[in-house]
Structure formats: C-alpha cells, structure tokens
Design a protein around this ligand. Structure first.
Ligand SMILES: [Zn+2]
Length: 203
C-alpha cells in the first residue's frame, strides 16, 4: 500500500509556517458565526422578525415574562424610526413573527398581526430608548423574579463581579429600580447621563 501523497508534502499555502504540510495548511480555522448581511431591507426585516420572535420564546422559557408585562423591541430596518414589539396580551412563549406589531414614532400601530393592541408603557419606554440611542437596535424589558426581588432592596449593584461591572454608574438601572410607583406614562429624555438612557417617570 502506498503512503498518502499529501501528508508529507511541504506546504506552499503557508510558507511562514516551516514544517506545515499541505493537508494541515488546508484545515479551515473555525470562525465565530456573525449575523448575515442583507442588501434588501425587507429581507432583513423578515429575518430579524424571526429572531425577535425566537427571543420572546427564549424569554418565556426562562420565565422572564410576567403576565402581560415586558417587551422586546426591534428597530425596523426599512423605517428606522419605527419598531416592532409584542402585542399586548400574547404570551411570550407563543409569539410568532407574524404576531409582532409595528409602531411608528407617534405610537400608532401601522402593521403587524391580528392582535394590534399596544401597551402604552411599551411605547413610552422603548420609543425613548430607540430615539436616544440610534446605535441601539433592540431593547429588552423583562420582569424577572430575581430582578424584581433585587430592586425591592432599593440599592445599587455593588461592582464586585464582572457581570455587575456592566451596570457601573448606569443611571438607568438606578432609575428603573428606585422610582417605580406604577405603570409608565411619560418619559423625559436625559442626554446628560453617561449612557444616554432616558429618565422614565411612573404614576
Ligand atoms: Zn418595555
């Protein structure tokens, strides 16, 4: 039996790696998967709506929802001044891409599934975030058991872990955890904070 021809052949593909064989040089290095790029914003919209629906399913699976509370919004690639959000009353764990509703900058539902009920708080909070941060395409708002339990303590996160460092000096966290009295109905943009997170008022 003759030996495999390629095994001991010096590589011409990677001349700066002495001793590398042709077969070794042809091994593809694994790359981290990246989001696909689209030339057509309508195709991008369809793709991202599928991802948004999947995000709701994941939130539902891990119990990040609470009744009708909580939202995840997605800036629309066709009209970046509008965003997609979950319709009021539809369970996170059941949401399909075709259920999502499209909300314009005035809070009017202009497209989406059969249930076009919009939670006023969803519009007030998420519109302010999307307007204040054009670089942010998605905003997730949950009512997790752990998050609510911690907020009831009325204190900031100590920066004692890598995860907590992400919230260092983030006034939005402070605001959301300290000023809650009821459902959100108005928002004042605060461009002076480090993160440009709008200040949200409740009543
Ligand atoms: Zn929300």
């Amino acid at each position: 039996m003759s030996p495999p021809a390629a095994i001991d052949t010096p590589s011409t593909l990677a001349p700066n790696e002495p001793g590398l064989t042709e077969a070794e040089a042809q091994v593809q290095v694994m790359k981290f998967p990246m989001p696909p790029k689209f030339d057509d914003p309508y195709k991008e919209r369809a793709y991202l709506k599928g991802r948004l629906a999947a995000a709701f399913r994941i939130f539902g699976k891990y119990g990040f929802d609470e009744g009708v509370a909580g939202h995840i919004t997605l800036r629309d690639p066709v009209n970046p001044h509008t965003f997609w959000v979950n319709p009021f009353g539809t369970a996170f764990s059941l949401i399909k891409a075709s259920d999502l509703i499209l909300v314009d900058e005035k809070g009017v539902v202009i497209d989406g599934g059969e249930n076009r009920l919009l939670n006023t708080a969803a519009y007030m909070i998420h519109h302010a975030v999307h307007e204040a941060r054009p670089d942010v395409n998605c905003a997730a708002h949950s009512h997790t058991i752990y998050g609510r339990a911690y907020c009831a303590l009325g204190k900031k996160l100590d920066t004692i872990t890598q995860d907590a460092c992400a919230f260092h000096n983030v006034s939005g966290f402070w605001c959301f955890s300290h000023t809650y009295t009821a459902v959100v109905f108005w928002v004042v943009e605060d461009t002076h904070t480090q993160t440009n997170v709008p200040t949200v008022f409740f009543r």
